[in-house]
Design a protein around this ligand. Sequence first.
Ligand code: HEC
Length: 370
Amino acid sequence: MSRSLVVGSFENGEDILSAARAARVAGLTIVDTYTPYAVHGLDTAMGLAPSRLSWVCLVAGLTGAILKLWFEWWTAVVDWPVNVGGKPDNSLPAFVPITFEVMVLFAGLATVGALFAVARLWPGRRRPALVPRTTDDRFALVIEQTSAEETTARVRALFEEHRAVAVTEHVDEGRTCGRGQTAMKALNVVLALALLAAIGANAALDRDPAVPARDYLPEMAYSLAAESYAADPAFGSGGVLQVPPDGTIARGASPLHYLATPADALRAGLELSAPPIDQQALRRGATLFQTFCAICHGDTGVGNGPVVARGFPPPVSLLAPHARDMKDGQIFHVLTYGQLNMPPYASQIDAVDRWRIVAYVRQLQGSQQP
Ligand code: HEC
C-alpha cells in the first residue's frame, strides 16, 4: 500500500513544535517527526499516548525477580541443600543480591527488545531518511494525505506559516526490501535456526552425571606436582629443590656481619644493643630458656642441668662474674654462633626470641645477686 507524504523541514525545535500543534488543530494526520535531538513537548504536540515501555519494564522486572527467587529457593532447599555454616537453607537475605541482578537483567533486555519490536528494528533493517539533515541540524514533520480534500497546497501553506525552510513530497511504497536487506534477512533466519538447533540439542542430549565432562586444556586444570627432593633434569642442579643464590637473605631477616670467633663476640658486645623488652617478652624468654638452655645450664643458670649429670662437661655458670660482665650483644653472639662446647642456636631460635632470652639471663643474674 502506498501513501503520499508531505514533509516540512524546519530550522529549530520551536518551529516544528508550533507546526505540529497547528497540524493537529487542522485535523491533519501526523505520520512522524524526525529531529536531531529530543524536542521537549513534541510528543504531546503530536498527540502521542504515553509510552507503554515502562509497563513492559515493570512486568519483565517482576517476572525476573519472582523466577529467580523461586529458582534460588528450589536449588538451595529442594534440589541441592548445602549446609553453609549452619545457616538455614532458605535464607532470603542471601537470595536478595542475585534476585536484584536478574530483575534488572530481565527488565533491561525486555525493554530494549520491546522497543525494537515496536519500532520494527532488527539487524540489517534500513529506513532511508526522508530528510538526511535530520541527523544534523534539521527538524522534519511528516504529514500523510488521507483524503483528496487535503490538498498539498493546504499543507504547504501550513508549513510555510510556521517558517518551514523546505517542503517536499514523497510516495511511501510501504516496506521495501533491497538486495542487501534480503541477504540480512536470510542471515537472521539462519542465526535464529542455529539458536533453535542449539537449544533443541541441549534439551535432547541426555548427559550421564556419572561420566566426567570432557576436559579442554587439561594442563590448566591439573598442573604437574613435583616432590621437593625428586630429581628433575629440567634444572641445572638436577633436582626440584633449588639452592638459593649466594647472598640470599630470608624475608624479614636482618643479617649479622660477624664470624663465630671470640674476637667477633667481643665486637658484637660493643656494637649490638638489646631492644626494649616488656614483661610479656621476658616471660617468653623464660619459657625459651627452660626449653633450650636449662638442659645444660640448669634452671637457675649455675650449670647443673640434667645432661651434666650424664657426663656432659659442665658449662660455666651464667651467674659467675665472667658471664655477668659480658655485654648483652656478646651473649647474643654466643646464642647465635655458639661458643666451644655450646652449639649455635640461630637456626632454632629467631633473633627476636634470642634477645628475649638474653633479657631473661640478665634477670637470672640479677635475682641471684647476693
Ligand atoms: C649443650 C649444652 C648447652 C646448651 C643447651 C646451652 N649452653 Fe650455653 N654454654 C654451654 C657450655 C658448655 C658453655 C661454655 C662454653 C665455653 O667453654 O666457653 C656455655 C656458655 C654459655 C655462655 C657464655 C658464658 C661465659 O661466661 O662465657 C652463655 C651466655 C650461655 N652459654 C648461654 C646459653 C643460653 C642462653 C642457652 C640457651 C639458648 C644456652 N647457653 C644453651 C653449654 C650449653
